[in-house]
Ligand binder design. Structure first.
Ligand code: GTP
Ligand code: ZN
Length: 192
């Protein structure tokens, strides 16, 4: 089932897909399966999610999230945070700068934006409206559980997503791991 939300703090329309059978908030059973809803906060990426661009890992992550949440029960929150919150045209300008040698964060800064402008208050508003104050979250980005917890959502577990590396996105993923503190084990890195 799809829910759309308006009237949230940023004034944009955001979408939640309820997937799988068990989406009601339930306490974890002592010896059983964890039935806490599995949730992904997916930031909009028109180029990767819709057009299949291989510069980033968004499309494969979106597919993985739909598959895993459908199996476990939970919510995919599709957040209108294109370009880590800077918008589509500036993201395309940032790509031009990356083609000239800047990394994904340096390019945002060179354009006068923050490295990552995403604020997850809207996700908290959506989760509370869905009666899901307690969640498992699917991400490699520590900022997501950290912001949710700070804003009053109980994150019982952080489930990593797979690393969808390819020659076209390895520079981007390396910057996410080195400068963005994402928990990514990249091929060829120590400990891999
Ligand atoms: N500004 C900018 N945004 C980008 C770039 N590449 C992807 N994005 C955006 O980044 C967002 C996805 O963020 P990521 O940092 O890839 O991943 P994440 O969502 O923080 O982390 P995970 O939950 O582990 O996937 C989407 O909004 C994309 O549009 C880029 O080079 N520059
Ligand atoms: Zn992307």
């Amino acid at each position: 089932m799809a829910h759309t939300f308006t009237g949230l703090v940023d004034g944009l329309e955001h979408v939640a897909l309820a997937l799988g059978g068990r989406v009601e908030p339930q306490p974890s059973l002592p010896c059983g399966e964890d039935t806490t809803p599995l949730v992904r906060l997916h930031s909009e990426c028109l180029t990767g999610d819709v057009f299949g661009s291989r510069r980033c890992d968004c499309g494969p992550q979106l597919n993985e999230a739909v598959r895993r949440i459908s199996a476990a029960g939970g919510y995919l929150l599709y957040l209108r945070q294109e370009g880590r919150g800077i918008g589509l045209y500036p993201k395309l300008e940032a790509y031009v700068l990356q083609d000239r040698g800047l990394d994904t964060y340096e390019a945002n800064l060179a354009l006068g934006f923050g490295a990552d402008e995403r604020d997850y208050t809207v996700a908290v508003q959506m989760l509370l409206a869905l009666d899901a104050p307690r969640v498992r979250i699917l991400t490699n980005n520590p900022d997501k559980p950290s912001q949710l917890e700070r804003l009053g959502i109980e994150v019982t577990r952080v489930e990593p997503t797979a690393v969808h590396a390819s020659p076209a996105n390895v520079r981007y993923l390396t910057a996410k791991a080195r400068s963005g503190a994402h928990n990514l084990r990249l091929p060829g890195w120590p400990g891999d």
